[in-house]
Design a protein around this ligand. Structure first.
Ligand code: PLP
Length: 401
């Protein structure tokens, strides 16, 4: 058999990531590959840093994309900040907090966990109790937007608390960046990482990170060598740091960086705050449709992420069968539940380019048809109209919601 070129189907991606990629970004990916030290490429890298500073709302000089997916951004933070024996308070309210703990242990650190129920935000009161009980802690780590549950934590308050007890902070913003308000400088976040395939709507494979000057000093002042050669910031900065001495560290994923650059140009054109409003507005419309249909949310209203909607699966409905039919008949991908929520929820993403009126209506209509066809206990034929009423109300109704 002769294997021929791979032609993927065109899907609508409304899961927990990757999200739909804008045609402009797909075109950028196909531009000619040039050298990773070519002066034109270097010029693009400098623009990339500025664009990421805007997205993160920071002046941090140490802001760049790690050449690997969000998990590598997470690992970059932990391997550079955690030395053997360091105590780290890790807040866990879903899958990704659990991975942070795993990172601490692999760095030889001591993890103190603050646990909250999946679907709820991190409780600042519990974090403060842990900070009081562990005055020797060096770091606090938490997830801003827990993609596994759809819950958003109050990053500003958690960082403030950590600083009051002399701890640095590591914040996971993989799903929050560009989808929901995030202000690195104003909130004084020390180390933060994100991903490209959630609300930035670029392909996966890069992880934007940013470090405050105070955080950079901590890395420079380490007494032990960073365990990872590839992720050691002291070495990576020889390439990303700029200046005349820029030198080869690893070959940058050149075309993927074109894609991220374009995605960030699109974000700048729209305006970051406008992107936050767009996510809130379309979430309100999706929610109106789902609730009209009779479906409910897992996360308490005040902590719901607009870009990741964890929806309770009605009793007696076969989770995998519904997702399978959505994919086969509608080319629509939504996410399954993870961990303790597996089989109990669907995760419907409204991220970046996928966060549109067309997608809200398309998803509601597809769910109506698939669930209706299975005689699931829903109210049929009302969801799309309910969503449309919110969509026509304009962005103002989202800001009120
Ligand atoms: C997706 C995600 C990650 C991991 O990113 P990858 O690109 O899959 O490695 C980490 N944290 C959160 C909150 C995520 O949503």
């Amino acid at each position: 058999m002769t294997i021929t070129s791979f032609q993927p189907p065109t899907r609508t991606l409304m899961g927990p990531g990757p999200s739909d990629v804008s045609p402009r970004v797909l075109q950028a990916l196909a531009r000619p590959t040039i050298g990773h030290l070519d002066p034109e490429f270097v010029r693009m890298m400098e623009e990339m840093k500025q664009l990421l500073q805007y997205a993160f709302q920071t002046q941090n000089a140490l802001t760049f994309p790690v050449s690997a997916p969000g998990s590598a951004g997470m690992e970059t933070c932990f391997v550079n900040f955690v030395e053997p024996g360091d105590k780290v308070i890790v807040c866990i309210n879903g899958v990704f907090g659990g991975r942070m703990k795993e990172n601490v242990l692999r760095c030889g650190g001591v993890a103190v966990t603050v646990e909250d129920n999946w679907g709820e935000p991190v409780d600042p009161g519990k974090l403060e109790d842990a900070l009081k009980a562990h005055p020797d802690a060096k770091l606090v780590a938490f997830v801003h937007a827990e993609t596994s549950t759809g819950a958003q934590s109050d990053a500003r308050t958690l960082v403030e608390l950590a600083h009051r007890y002399d701890c640095l902070t590591i914040v996971d913003a993989v799903t929050s960046l560009a989808g929901t308000p995030l202000k690195v400088d104003e909130w004084e976040i020390d180390a933060i990482y994100s991903g490209t395939q959630k609300c930035l709507s670029a392909p996966p494979g890069l992880s934007p990170v940013s470090f405050s000057e105070r955080a950079a000093e901590v890395v420079r002042g380490r007494t032990t060598q960073v365990q990872s050669w590839f992720l050691d910031l002291n070495l990576v900065m020889g390439y990303w740091g700029g200046g005349a001495k820029r030198a080869y560290h690893h070959t940058a994923p050149i075309n993927n960086l074109y894609g991220l650059h374009e995605a960030l140009v699109i974000l700048q054109e729209e305006g970051l705050e406008q992107a936050w409003v767009r996510h809130a507005h379309h979430h309100a419309a999706l929610r109106a449709g789902l609730e009209a249909m009779g479906l409910g949310f897992v996360v308490p209203e005040a902590a719901r992420l607009p870009q990741l909607n964890a929806v309770t699966i009605p009793d007696g409905v076969d989770d995998a069968a519904v997702r399978g039919r959505l994919l086969e008949e509608f080319n629509l991908e939504i996410g399954a539940g993870l961990g303790g929520l597996a089989g109990k929820v669907w995760r419907i993403g409204l991220m970046g380019h996928a966060c549109s009126a067309r997608n809200v209506e398309y998803c509601l209509d597809a769910l109506d048809r698939v669930l209706g066809g299975m005689d699931a206990p829903i109210t049929r034929g009302v969801a799309v109209d309910a969503a449309r009423r919110v969509l026509e109300g304009g962005a103002a109704s989202a800001q009120r919601a």
